[in-house]
Design a protein around this ligand. Structure first.
Ligand SMILES: Cc1cc2nc3c(=O)[nH]c(=O)nc-3n(C[C@H](O)[C@H](O)[C@H](O)COP(=O)(O)O)c2cc1C
Length: 325
């Protein structure tokens, strides 16, 4: 399939694997890129420029296809070495960066000078327009359904994507709730040039996470996610578990007085315990409503091939059939 996104990133299929903390290692990114999509390494999981350089080198050993690096700007006091991470990405020869969180204006000139394409992940039309105005090459429009941080506007993709299409001039991909060929065709119909998936890629053979995480996603329905940290205006969609129910109880008790310190046990530093050790009640971990559509653990190649075959079938048979009638 050929779209503005496949052309921009030099990939076969318009499918991107979004950056994911403690999931987006070289193994994940390489598997997606080798299957014809765009795999993405998550810079902050590595933490330091030296470790990121090593991860980029490992990914290059596993694929000769394009892959990207996610750079998430967090509202944090102990900021990572962002200038060092930017330098490492450029010196590592990576040509695609997915930015997320705060506005990437400060790092954009460095990437532009180095010929790196930047796709910024946004949860609203106004942030997408801002990304366009500062010179981002594309945006990833993340609807309310998404795993991770959906923002505070709560607009689902059925509205957000056509709104983005009406306003944006640069290409965009649909993100949040995407799982299969139906998602891809719907995203294209609403004006996107491809799709970005997070949760779906965790339930694949190559995802370098504990089997318990994959099993939890397969077992979950669309009713099993919760929104946490809303009172802090740092809303995150996570899979429910004992720690999350405890967190929500604390949020309810503290009300408007809630502080980050009150819930630190449930959210800080829990990813290695969940993703690597498989301790599924250790804390809150991002997961999308799309878990309700995930019932298997294919290889990335099988997943992407199935998506493209289903999309083709829908376009050429189901939709074309309506026209004929
Ligand atoms: C476990 C997990 C960790 C994530 N970590 C990050 C991250 O560190 N940075 C980021 O920009 N997005 C992160 N995301 C969001 C994804 O990149 C993607 O935008 C989102 O999962 C799309 O929604 P979906 O899960 O419905 O496909 C994460 C998502 C998940 C499920």
């Amino acid at each position: 399939m050929k779209t503005a996104i496949t052309e921009m990133f030099g990939i076969k299929h318009p499918i991107i694997q979004g950056g994911m903390h403690y999931v987006g290692f070289a193994e994940m990114a390489a598997a997606v890129s080798n299957a014809g999509g765009l795999g993405i390494i998550t810079a902050l999981t590595q933490g330091t420029p030296e470790k990121l350089a090593n991860e980029i080198a490992r990914c290059k050993d596993m694929t000769d296809k394009p892959f990207g690096v996610n750079l998430t700007f967090l509202p944090t006091v102990n900021a990572p070495d962002y200038p060092g991470l930017v330098r490492t990405i450029i010196e590592g020869g990576v040509k695609i960066v997915e930015t997320a969180g705060n506005n990437p204006a400060q790092v954009l000139p460095y990437f532009k000078d180095a010929g790196v394409k930047v796709i910024h992940k946004c949860t609203s039309v106004r942030h997408s327009l801002k990304a366009q105005s500062i010179g981002c090459d594309a945006v990833s429009v993340d609807g309310f359904e998404c795993g991770g941080h959906p923002g505070e506007d709560d607009i689902p993709n059925m509205i957000l994507l056509p709104r983005a299409a009406d306003e944006l001039e640069i290409p965009f991909v649909a993100s949040g709730g995407m799982a299969d060929g139906r998602s891809l065709v719907a995203a294209l119909a609403m004006g996107a040039d491809g799709m970005n998936m997070g949760t779906r890629f965790i339930a694949t053979k190559e995802a370098p996470v504990h089997e318990n995480v994959k099993a939890a996603i397969v077992a979950a329905s669309e009713l099993d996610t919760r929104l946490v940290m809303r009172p802090l205006r740092n809303t995150e969609r996570v899979m429910t578990n004992d720690a999350v129910e405890e967190l929500l109880k604390i949020e309810k008790e503290k009300g408007a007085d809630l502080k980050f310190e009150d819930i630190i046990e449930q959210v800080a530093g829990v990813y290695p315990r969940i993703m690597t050790e498989g301790d599924m009640d250790a804390g809150a971990w991002s997961c999308g409503m799309v878990a309700g559509l995930i019932n298997d653990i294919p290889t990335c190649q099988e997943l992407i091939d199935n998506i493209m075959a289903q999309a083709d079938e829908i376009i050429t048979k189901r939709l074309a059939g309506f026209q004929a009638g």
